[in-house]
Design a binder for this molecule. Structure first.
Ligand SMILES: [Zn+2]
Length: 70
């Protein structure tokens, strides 16, 4: 299981609440990814994109994180 986290503002909390625990298809054009909604802190929702292990986009994200892209 691979995941990358993107924090997004929550314009409609109820929408995220409804999606909690569900797998939302999509999130990446390069693989058969799915997304999940996680609560990272009270009132803070995080949309997690779960890529395939072989996804070139995911590999690029990992490479960027490990390539000193601070
Ligand atoms: Zn992907």
């Amino acid at each position: 299981m691979n995941g990358s986290s993107f924090h997004q503002p929550a314009p409609a909390t109820a929408v995220f609440e409804a999606l909690m625990g569900q797998r939302i298809p999509g999130g990446c054009e390069d693989c058969d990814a799915y997304q999940t909604v996680e609560v990272t802190a009270p009132g803070i929702y995080s949309l997690q994109v779960h890529h395939d292990a072989t996804c070139p986009t995911y590999m690029a994200i990992v490479a960027a994180r490990h390539g000193g892209g601070r």
